[in-house]
Design a protein around this ligand. Structure first.
Ligand code: SAM
Length: 279
Protein backbone atom coordinates (compact mmCIF):
# COMPACT_ATOMS: atom_id res chain seq x y z
CA UNK A 1 0.00 0.00 0.00
CA UNK A 2 1.70 3.14 -1.25
CA UNK A 3 -0.84 5.44 0.36
CA UNK A 4 0.53 5.08 3.88
CA UNK A 5 2.93 6.90 6.22
CA UNK A 6 4.99 3.72 6.43
CA UNK A 7 5.49 3.50 2.66
CA UNK A 8 6.20 7.21 2.14
CA UNK A 9 8.61 7.42 5.08
CA UNK A 10 10.30 4.16 4.18
CA UNK A 11 10.64 4.97 0.47
CA UNK A 12 12.04 8.46 1.03
CA UNK A 13 14.56 6.96 3.45
CA UNK A 14 15.42 4.10 1.09
CA UNK A 15 16.28 6.57 -1.71
CA UNK A 16 17.89 9.17 0.63
CA UNK A 17 15.35 11.86 -0.25
CA UNK A 18 13.10 14.36 1.48
CA UNK A 19 9.85 15.83 0.17
CA UNK A 20 10.56 18.78 -2.13
CA UNK A 21 8.46 21.65 -0.76
CA UNK A 22 9.06 23.87 -3.78
CA UNK A 23 7.37 21.23 -5.97
CA UNK A 24 4.34 20.99 -3.66
CA UNK A 25 5.22 17.48 -2.53
CA UNK A 26 2.63 16.58 0.08
CA UNK A 27 2.12 12.86 -0.31
CA UNK A 28 -1.25 11.28 0.34
CA UNK A 29 -0.97 8.77 3.19
CA UNK A 30 -4.56 7.56 3.62
CA UNK A 31 -5.68 4.39 1.89
CA UNK A 32 -9.25 5.25 2.86
CA UNK A 33 -9.10 8.52 0.88
CA UNK A 34 -7.30 6.88 -2.05
CA UNK A 35 -10.02 4.21 -2.24
CA UNK A 36 -12.77 6.84 -2.10
CA UNK A 37 -11.15 8.83 -4.91
CA UNK A 38 -10.72 5.87 -7.21
CA UNK A 39 -14.18 4.40 -6.46
CA UNK A 40 -15.79 7.71 -7.43
CA UNK A 41 -13.57 8.42 -10.41
CA UNK A 42 -15.55 6.52 -13.03
CA UNK A 43 -12.31 4.81 -14.15
CA UNK A 44 -12.93 1.43 -15.77
CA UNK A 45 -10.82 -1.18 -17.54
CA UNK A 46 -11.43 0.72 -20.79
CA UNK A 47 -10.05 3.99 -19.40
CA UNK A 48 -6.91 5.85 -20.18
CA UNK A 49 -5.77 7.71 -17.07
CA UNK A 50 -3.49 10.71 -17.23
CA UNK A 51 -2.02 11.42 -13.81
CA UNK A 52 -0.35 14.75 -13.12
CA UNK A 53 2.31 14.57 -10.41
CA UNK A 54 2.25 10.89 -9.39
CA UNK A 55 4.92 11.46 -6.72
CA UNK A 56 5.51 8.16 -4.94
CA UNK A 57 2.50 6.55 -6.57
CA UNK A 58 -0.37 6.64 -4.02
CA UNK A 59 -3.01 7.16 -6.71
CA UNK A 60 -0.97 5.51 -9.47
CA UNK A 61 -1.05 2.19 -7.64
CA UNK A 62 -4.85 2.18 -7.54
CA UNK A 63 -5.18 3.36 -11.17
CA UNK A 64 -2.87 0.77 -12.74
CA UNK A 65 -4.98 -1.97 -11.13
CA UNK A 66 -8.15 -0.79 -12.91
CA UNK A 67 -7.35 1.22 -16.04
CA UNK A 68 -6.26 0.07 -19.48
CA UNK A 69 -3.35 2.49 -19.48
CA UNK A 70 -1.93 5.06 -17.09
CA UNK A 71 0.25 7.92 -18.29
CA UNK A 72 1.94 9.61 -15.35
CA UNK A 73 3.60 13.00 -15.83
CA UNK A 74 6.06 14.00 -13.13
CA UNK A 75 8.46 16.96 -13.02
CA UNK A 76 10.80 15.48 -10.40
CA UNK A 77 13.40 13.12 -11.87
CA UNK A 78 13.92 11.47 -8.46
CA UNK A 79 10.21 10.57 -8.28
CA UNK A 80 10.32 9.24 -11.86
CA UNK A 81 13.28 6.98 -11.00
CA UNK A 82 11.51 5.65 -7.91
CA UNK A 83 8.31 4.99 -9.88
CA UNK A 84 10.29 3.18 -12.60
CA UNK A 85 11.79 0.93 -9.96
CA UNK A 86 8.80 0.39 -7.69
CA UNK A 87 6.28 -0.09 -10.54
CA UNK A 88 8.49 -2.13 -12.85
CA UNK A 89 5.80 -4.86 -13.07
CA UNK A 90 3.02 -2.45 -14.07
CA UNK A 91 3.11 -2.90 -17.85
CA UNK A 92 0.22 -0.47 -18.40
CA UNK A 93 2.12 2.43 -16.80
CA UNK A 94 4.07 5.01 -18.82
CA UNK A 95 6.07 7.54 -16.83
CA UNK A 96 6.90 10.84 -18.49
CA UNK A 97 9.49 13.11 -16.92
CA UNK A 98 8.12 16.55 -17.80
CA UNK A 99 6.75 19.79 -16.46
CA UNK A 100 3.03 19.45 -17.16
CA UNK A 101 2.71 23.20 -17.71
CA UNK A 102 5.30 23.10 -20.49
CA UNK A 103 3.90 20.05 -22.27
CA UNK A 104 2.23 20.31 -25.63
CA UNK A 105 -0.94 18.40 -24.78
CA UNK A 106 -1.84 17.91 -28.44
CA UNK A 107 1.01 15.39 -28.54
CA UNK A 108 -0.50 13.56 -25.58
CA UNK A 109 -4.03 13.36 -26.95
CA UNK A 110 -3.16 11.24 -29.97
CA UNK A 111 -5.80 9.62 -32.17
CA UNK A 112 -5.28 6.20 -30.50
CA UNK A 113 -5.64 7.53 -26.99
CA UNK A 114 -8.75 9.50 -27.86
CA UNK A 115 -10.55 6.30 -28.85
CA UNK A 116 -10.83 5.44 -25.12
CA UNK A 117 -12.53 7.38 -22.33
CA UNK A 118 -9.88 9.63 -20.75
CA UNK A 119 -9.72 10.60 -17.08
CA UNK A 120 -7.25 13.10 -15.67
CA UNK A 121 -6.44 12.46 -12.03
CA UNK A 122 -4.23 14.50 -9.76
CA UNK A 123 -3.41 15.39 -6.22
CA UNK A 124 -2.51 18.79 -7.62
CA UNK A 125 0.72 20.55 -6.63
CA UNK A 126 -0.88 23.45 -4.74
CA UNK A 127 1.46 26.14 -6.16
CA UNK A 128 0.16 25.65 -9.72
CA UNK A 129 -3.40 24.37 -9.16
CA UNK A 130 -5.17 27.04 -11.19
CA UNK A 131 -2.57 27.04 -13.98
CA UNK A 132 -3.04 23.31 -14.45
CA UNK A 133 -6.84 23.59 -14.39
CA UNK A 134 -6.95 26.46 -16.88
CA UNK A 135 -4.51 24.66 -19.21
CA UNK A 136 -6.81 21.63 -19.30
CA UNK A 137 -10.20 23.37 -19.35
CA UNK A 138 -9.32 26.15 -21.83
CA UNK A 139 -7.56 23.63 -24.08
CA UNK A 140 -10.86 21.78 -24.57
CA UNK A 141 -9.23 18.33 -24.79
CA UNK A 142 -11.39 15.23 -25.24
CA UNK A 143 -11.46 14.19 -21.60
CA UNK A 144 -14.40 12.51 -19.90
CA UNK A 145 -13.64 13.78 -16.44
CA UNK A 146 -11.09 15.26 -14.10
CA UNK A 147 -10.58 14.02 -10.58
CA UNK A 148 -8.63 16.67 -8.75
CA UNK A 149 -7.52 17.17 -5.18
CA UNK A 150 -6.85 20.75 -4.14
CA UNK A 151 -6.80 23.03 -1.12
CA UNK A 152 -10.26 23.52 0.38
CA UNK A 153 -10.30 27.29 -0.23
CA UNK A 154 -9.41 26.85 -3.90
CA UNK A 155 -12.12 24.21 -4.35
CA UNK A 156 -14.71 26.45 -2.71
CA UNK A 157 -13.77 29.35 -4.98
CA UNK A 158 -14.29 27.08 -7.95
CA UNK A 159 -17.73 25.91 -6.81
CA UNK A 160 -19.10 29.04 -5.08
CA UNK A 161 -17.11 32.07 -6.30
CA UNK A 162 -17.86 35.54 -4.96
CA UNK A 163 -18.56 38.23 -7.56
CA UNK A 164 -14.91 39.27 -7.36
CA UNK A 165 -13.67 35.73 -7.92
CA UNK A 166 -16.16 34.85 -10.68
CA UNK A 167 -14.27 34.59 -13.96
CA UNK A 168 -13.95 32.89 -17.36
CA UNK A 169 -13.10 29.50 -15.85
CA UNK A 170 -16.46 29.47 -14.01
CA UNK A 171 -18.39 30.28 -17.19
CA UNK A 172 -16.63 27.55 -19.16
CA UNK A 173 -17.05 25.02 -16.36
CA UNK A 174 -20.76 25.81 -16.10
CA UNK A 175 -21.15 25.48 -19.86
CA UNK A 176 -19.44 22.13 -20.26
CA UNK A 177 -18.90 20.37 -16.92
CA UNK A 178 -20.69 19.21 -13.81
CA UNK A 179 -18.72 19.58 -10.57
CA UNK A 180 -19.31 17.33 -7.56
CA UNK A 181 -17.39 16.92 -4.33
CA UNK A 182 -16.01 13.42 -3.86
CA UNK A 183 -14.60 13.93 -0.38
CA UNK A 184 -12.98 16.28 2.11
CA UNK A 185 -9.40 15.45 3.09
CA UNK A 186 -7.80 16.36 6.39
CA UNK A 187 -4.32 17.89 6.39
CA UNK A 188 -3.38 14.89 8.59
CA UNK A 189 -3.81 12.63 5.57
CA UNK A 190 -0.64 14.04 3.95
CA UNK A 191 3.04 13.73 4.61
CA UNK A 192 4.51 16.26 5.14
CA UNK A 193 1.40 17.82 6.69
CA UNK A 194 0.28 20.99 4.86
CA UNK A 195 -1.27 24.03 6.59
CA UNK A 196 -4.81 23.46 5.33
CA UNK A 197 -7.35 20.74 4.55
CA UNK A 198 -8.21 19.72 0.99
CA UNK A 199 -11.13 18.60 -1.13
CA UNK A 200 -11.41 16.20 -4.04
CA UNK A 201 -13.63 17.32 -6.92
CA UNK A 202 -15.00 15.40 -9.84
CA UNK A 203 -15.29 17.68 -12.87
CA UNK A 204 -17.30 15.72 -15.35
CA UNK A 205 -18.04 16.56 -18.94
CA UNK A 206 -21.73 17.03 -19.69
CA UNK A 207 -23.76 17.63 -22.82
CA UNK A 208 -23.92 21.44 -23.02
CA UNK A 209 -27.40 22.96 -22.76
CA UNK A 210 -26.48 25.55 -25.41
CA UNK A 211 -25.30 24.84 -28.94
CA UNK A 212 -21.98 26.50 -29.80
CA UNK A 213 -20.28 25.69 -33.10
CA UNK A 214 -16.81 26.98 -32.31
CA UNK A 215 -16.09 26.30 -28.64
CA UNK A 216 -12.52 27.61 -28.70
CA UNK A 217 -13.79 30.90 -30.12
CA UNK A 218 -16.46 31.01 -27.41
CA UNK A 219 -13.79 30.43 -24.72
CA UNK A 220 -11.63 33.19 -26.23
CA UNK A 221 -14.52 35.68 -26.24
CA UNK A 222 -15.31 34.88 -22.59
CA UNK A 223 -11.64 35.35 -21.64
CA UNK A 224 -11.45 38.63 -23.61
CA UNK A 225 -14.54 40.04 -21.89
CA UNK A 226 -13.01 39.39 -18.46
CA UNK A 227 -9.72 41.14 -19.26
CA UNK A 228 -9.54 44.35 -17.23
CA UNK A 229 -12.57 43.70 -15.08
CA UNK A 230 -13.47 47.41 -14.58
CA UNK A 231 -13.96 47.89 -18.31
CA UNK A 232 -17.59 47.79 -19.53
CA UNK A 233 -18.77 45.14 -21.97
CA UNK A 234 -19.43 47.85 -24.56
CA UNK A 235 -15.82 49.01 -24.35
CA UNK A 236 -14.54 45.44 -24.60
CA UNK A 237 -16.71 44.76 -27.63
CA UNK A 238 -15.59 47.87 -29.48
CA UNK A 239 -12.72 45.96 -31.06
CA UNK A 240 -15.21 43.50 -32.60
CA UNK A 241 -17.05 46.45 -34.27
CA UNK A 242 -16.07 49.59 -36.13
CA UNK A 243 -16.91 51.86 -33.17
CA UNK A 244 -18.42 51.91 -29.68
CA UNK A 245 -21.88 52.97 -30.94
CA UNK A 246 -22.14 49.82 -32.97
CA UNK A 247 -21.19 47.77 -29.91
CA UNK A 248 -23.89 49.56 -27.88
CA UNK A 249 -26.54 48.90 -30.55
CA UNK A 250 -25.49 45.25 -30.62
CA UNK A 251 -25.86 44.97 -26.83
CA UNK A 252 -29.26 46.77 -26.90
CA UNK A 253 -30.46 44.21 -29.37
CA UNK A 254 -29.48 41.45 -26.93
CA UNK A 255 -31.09 43.26 -23.97
CA UNK A 256 -27.72 43.65 -22.24
CA UNK A 257 -26.90 46.95 -20.58
CA UNK A 258 -23.91 48.58 -22.27
CA UNK A 259 -22.61 49.60 -18.83
CA UNK A 260 -22.50 46.08 -17.48
CA UNK A 261 -19.24 44.35 -16.68
CA UNK A 262 -18.37 40.74 -17.45
CA UNK A 263 -18.88 39.58 -13.84
CA UNK A 264 -22.53 40.74 -14.04
CA UNK A 265 -23.40 38.49 -16.98
CA UNK A 266 -24.55 34.91 -16.70
CA UNK A 267 -23.70 31.99 -18.97
CA UNK A 268 -26.75 32.57 -21.18
CA UNK A 269 -25.69 36.15 -21.96
CA UNK A 270 -22.15 35.04 -22.80
CA UNK A 271 -23.61 32.42 -25.13
CA UNK A 272 -25.80 35.05 -26.85
CA UNK A 273 -22.87 37.41 -27.35
CA UNK A 274 -20.51 34.68 -28.58
CA UNK A 275 -23.04 33.23 -31.03
CA UNK A 276 -23.71 36.66 -32.52
CA UNK A 277 -19.95 37.08 -32.91
CA UNK A 278 -19.73 33.84 -34.87
CA UNK A 279 -18.83 31.21 -32.25
N1 SAM B 1 0.26 12.02 -6.37
C1 SAM B 1 1.13 11.98 -5.21
C2 SAM B 1 0.30 11.74 -3.97
O1 SAM B 1 -0.93 11.91 -4.04
O2 SAM B 1 0.87 11.36 -2.95
C3 SAM B 1 1.93 13.28 -5.06
C4 SAM B 1 1.11 14.54 -5.00
S1 SAM B 1 2.05 15.99 -4.62
C5 SAM B 1 0.78 17.01 -3.94
C6 SAM B 1 2.29 16.80 -6.19
C7 SAM B 1 3.21 16.09 -7.17
O3 SAM B 1 3.28 16.87 -8.37
C8 SAM B 1 4.65 15.94 -6.71
O4 SAM B 1 5.10 14.65 -6.95
C9 SAM B 1 5.44 16.96 -7.55
O5 SAM B 1 6.78 16.60 -7.77
C10 SAM B 1 4.62 16.97 -8.83
N2 SAM B 1 4.73 18.21 -9.63
C11 SAM B 1 4.93 19.47 -9.17
N3 SAM B 1 4.95 20.35 -10.19
C12 SAM B 1 4.74 19.62 -11.33
C13 SAM B 1 4.67 19.95 -12.72
N4 SAM B 1 4.80 21.23 -13.13
N5 SAM B 1 4.48 18.97 -13.62
C14 SAM B 1 4.36 17.67 -13.20
N6 SAM B 1 4.42 17.29 -11.91
C15 SAM B 1 4.61 18.25 -10.97
Amino acid sequence: MRSSKKYVDGTLRKYHLTANKALGQNFLVSQNITDKIVENSGISKKSIVIEIGPGLGALTEACVKIAKQVIAIEIDKNMCNILQEEFKDALNLTIIHQDFLKMDLNQLFTFDICLSPITIISNLPYYITSQILTKIIYGNYPIQNLIVMMQKEVANKLIHPTLKEYGPLHIILEYKYKITTITHVSKNDYLPRPEIDSMVLRIERKKPKYQINDELKFFQIVKDLFKMRRKTIANHLTHYFSDKNEAILFLNRLNISADSRAEQLDLEKFIQIAKELGA
